[in-house]
Design a protein. Sequence first.
Length: 153
Amino acid sequence: MRWKIVTWLTIQATNMSDWLLRKRKWNWKAADYRNLQEGTIGKELITYMDENNIPFKPNLVRHDLKHIVLGYKMNMPDELRIHAFLIGNRCYNPMAVIYLLLCISIVPEIIPALKKDFVRGRKSICLRKIHLEKHITENLKQFQSLWGLAQEF
């Protein structure tokens, strides 16, 4: 039941973010990603979203790209884990911090995994220095290797 509450909170936070970022400009449409070469960051993003029935929301693509390049799935508990990574990576978003703290209070058993993701974020290059939207057409594996972002499991 607690994970259902966290999932509901995540959906609400996603919808709120989509609304708050409604004026964010994004030049690429879902069809543009589908036309990219296999193995590129953009193609991997849209393929994952299509296979998992996740709606393409242009306002949220910057966050969704982070899921792809960092190797986090777009589900529970990976949504919490990517937020722990991002906070560790010094990507402070007040809403994300509140969301994560609220979710931790509901499912505290996730804390050991989040600590690892926080440390991974702290050790990684600051993602704010990488404008992911400029790398959509690059090969995902090569990009991860170049920037040291491959998942460490």
